[in-house]
Design a protein around this ligand. Structure first.
Ligand code: NDP
Ligand code: GDR
Length: 355
């Protein structure tokens, strides 16, 4: 691997939750940051609007390029033009439930998309100059094989999304071994923030709680509230992505908090932020979350949110990341919940962009 003083990052998925935090982080570190955005009929840049480089005013440092992970020619064009020193592949159809409805598309973007970038790097003759980060996922562990889950836990993917990400995981390992590329998989467990997409369960809950706090009388419909996840803060996790690319040798790392919490408990914690104690009654799809004091029912179950195959329990150990990257999560779950609920209340009051 040749070392260079230039710091030029190219990010796919820059308009997403992680892309926005990573861009802020890299700009702080003095990188020139380029991002790939998809053409959309409406604006899809609300998370990164504040970072955009305006050619006319000279403000902002981030430069955007139209592209798509399904378009190899375009990827080669962007990579040869940008000549990056680091590439972060965060772009994906990232919704697990949606991947059952759009399985082929998800495989194309999340699986082959990764291969297309790796091949584009080779086509540009940059395999010994670019460091590559792949957004791998705890969904690879799927059906529980071992607790806690580590870099050596066997995979058992449980959705088209996870199967596609497993292809991406192994093609990264293969290209690293075959072509001596600096390529890493970050096996990240769930990470959330006020910028989390509103159809993921944590944000769906905190947005609902904010609506209740501002007077809504609606009901929140959820799927499997017994699922358990290891939830961290996205801002903490993007630092781990960068750290993986600053090592002497490329390796794969689990990034997690080491604690797991049920969706049910996340609901209770979120409502506590607005001083409502949620209790549960009923069973199965009849179960509901209510407030004992007022009798009002806030949460009901809707089977449309169940998945054909579910991932029941995720709990990762960040031991290797701690030892070799000196990385530990900074934000506790309670702090995360508080930040998300408070921000959602703020967004609602200000009719803000993230809603
Ligand atoms: P988001 O869903 O918030 O962002 C996904 C990004 O990918 C968006 O910028 C989206 O663009 C872009 N994208 C989607 N399809 C394409 C495509 N065909 N070509 C190019 N770009 C595309 O995800 P997160 O930020 O939460 O996650 C980032 C990555 O990390 C994803 O790969 C995800 O699978 C993975 N991951 C996430 C975890 C989490 O807990 N957040 C945990 C482990 C892994 P647009 O805005 O136009 O839709
Ligand atoms: P996940 O996140 O599937 O873990 O994937 P999500 O928030 O969608 O689901 C977490 C758990 O909550 C259960 N659940 C619901 N989920 C949603 N979305 N909506 C509901 O109403 C609901 N009710 C219960 C789910 O069944 C599940 O068990 C996320 C994504 O960011 C992936 O891209 C990433 O790879 C993994 O995290 C790690």
């Amino acid at each position: 691997m040749e070392t260079e003083n230039r710091k030029v990052a190219l990010i796919s998925g820059i308009t997403g939750q992680d892309g926005s935090y990573l861009t802020e982080f890299l700009l702080e570190k003095g990188y020139q940051v380029h991002g790939i955005i998809r053409r959309s009929s409406s604006f899809n840049t609300s998370r990164i609007e504040h970072l955009y480089h305006d050619r006319h005013t000279g403000k902002g440092k981030m430069i955007l390029h139209y592209g798509d992970l399904t378009d190899s020619t375009n990827l080669v064009g962007i990579i040869s033009k940008v000549n990056p020193t680091e590439i972060y592949n965060l772009g994906a159809q990232s919704h697990v439930k949606v991947s059952f409805d759009m399985s082929e598309y998800t495989a194309n973007v999340d699986g082959l998309g990764c291969l297309r970038i790796l091949d584009a790097i080779r086509s540009c003759g940059l395999e010994d100059k670019v460091k590559f980060y792949q957004a791998s996922t705890s969904e690879l562990y799927g059906k529980v094989q071992e607790i806690p889950q580590s870099e050596t836990t066997p995979f058992y993917p449980r959705s088209p999304y996870a199967v596609a990400k497993q292809f991406a995981y192994w093609i990264v390992v293969n290209y690293r071994e075959a072509y001596n590329m600096y390529a890493c998989n970050g096996i990240l467990f769930n990470h959330e923030s006020p910028r989390r997409g509103p159809t993921f369960v944590t944000r769906k809950i905190t947005r609902f709680v904010a609506k209740v706090a501002t007077g809504s009388k609606d009901t929140l419909y959820l799927g499997n509230i017994n699922a358990q996840r290891d939830w961290g803060h996205a801002r903490d996790y993007v630092e781990a992505m960068w750290l993986m690319l600053q090592q002497e040798k490329p390796q794969d790392f689990v990034i997690a908090t080491g604690e797991t919490t049920s969706v049910r408990l996340f609901v209770e914690k979120s409502f506590k932020e607005i001083n409502i104690d949620i209790k549960w009654r009923g069973e199965g799809i009849q179960e509901e979350g209510y407030c004992e004091k007022t009798g009002r029912v806030y949460v009901k179950i809707d089977p449309q949110y169940f998945r054909p195959t579910e991932v029941d329990l995720l709990l990762g150990t960040p031991a290797k990341a701690k030892k070799e990257l000196n990385w530990t999560p900074r934000t506790s779950l309670d702090e995360l919940v508080k930040e998300m609920v408070q921000k959602d209340i703020e967004y609602l009051k200000n009719n803000d962009q993230y809603n």
